[in-house]
Design a binder for this molecule. Sequence first.
Ligand code: SF4
Ligand code: SF4
Length: 80
Amino acid sequence: MAKKTKKGRITIDRELCKGCHLCIDVCPTHRIEVDESLNKKGYFPARFKENLSEGEKGCTGCSQCATVCPEVAIEVYRAQ
Ligand code: SF4
Ligand code: SF4
């Protein structure tokens, strides 16, 4: 049976985020969603989905979200 390994994860600075949601559109494994609470600037920020549902792929550490973010609010960590 295939073992589920987490290849990457990201952190999003919710106070830097301007809620453009470009990162959500670009993520190939749909690991980012909209937070339901506003940040101090009054935007609904992006949030990393920590938990995997059945059949979902985890973050691959591809960095596309961080590359597209105009506010440089995303940091990507890759598992070794
Ligand atoms: S791309 Fe950056 S600013 Fe835009 S929603 Fe994502 S984290 Fe926020
Ligand atoms: S690093 Fe890639 S897979 Fe991980 S959250 Fe960002 S866009 Fe999605």
